[in-house]
Design a protein. Structure first.
Length: 227
């Protein structure tokens, strides 16, 4: 059943147990591929510096940097905000522009922006040692059906030991594009979930509404000393 927002607009139904008001969570997505004079170590230090600068800014709801375990030298930084206004104020500030200049000397950067459509847990409070599964999808079907299927996939793990949470984001520039993030406290628990029959069954269901669906393993990067 559709919901009605405070402004009178009709909102699509959301997956049971996977709730997030799009008006209350927006995110920047930045992908980094080490290049030029960069190394994984130098990029991680600069990403940590950038994250420290973001901490405490008005409207921030959380952030995480993830190191791909399947593509060496590839990173994803996700920062979540309460509104587009606070997001724009943060990324357009002079310090953010300077930080991005430093990062582009170390890596190729692919920016993105999204709204939250699903959330379990605090977005995104990911421990420094957490291991995650990234689910990227490009739709070829009904968005509500995909969101329900993703919610069913994630919901299977919500009571498991070591499960940290899940966040589902939908691109603001390409409404067909989604990014899902599920995380666990250890690599063993994450790998066990990824290799399970219940993950495989729900993963197969997601294929029915997508033209592209990729799964990637990642680890949250820990703090690095300033340098």
């Amino acid at each position: 059943m559709a919901r009605e927002a405070a402004n009178g607009e009709t909102l699509d139904p959301r997956p049971a147990g996977l709730r997030c008001d799009p008006g209350r969570l927006v995110a920047t997505l930045r992908r980094f591929e080490v290049s030029g004079e960069g190394t994984p170590e130098s990029l991680e230090r600069e990403l940590a510096r950038s994250s420290r600068c973001q901490e405490g800014r008005r409207g921030m709801r959380g952030q995480v940097t993830l190191r791909s375990l399947d593509r060496p030298g590839s990173y994803l930084h996700v920062s979540c905000w309460r509104s587009f206004g606070t997001l724009l104020g943060a990324i357009h500030a002079a310090p953010s522009c300077a930080e991005l200049d430093r990062l582009t000397r170390l890596a190729d950067v692919e920016p993105g922006q999204a709204v939250g459509v699903g959330l379990l847990g605090t977005a995104p409070t990911v421990a420094d040692t957490a291991h995650a599964i990234l689910v990227e999808a490009l739709l070829d079907g009904d968005a509500a059906r995909f969101e329900l299927d993703f919610g069913a996939l994630a919901g299977q793990f919500m009571h498991d030991t070591g499960f940290g949470g899940v966040l589902l984001l939908r691109s603001t520039t390409d409404p067909r594009a989604y990014l899902g993030l599920l995380w666990w406290t250890t690599a063993e628990l994450c790998d066990e979930a990824l290799g399970s029959a219940r993950f495989a069954t729900r993963h197969h269901r997601l294929h029915s509404t997508t033209t592209r669906l990729t799964i990637e393993r990642a680890q949250a990067t820990g703090p690095h000393p300033a340098g």
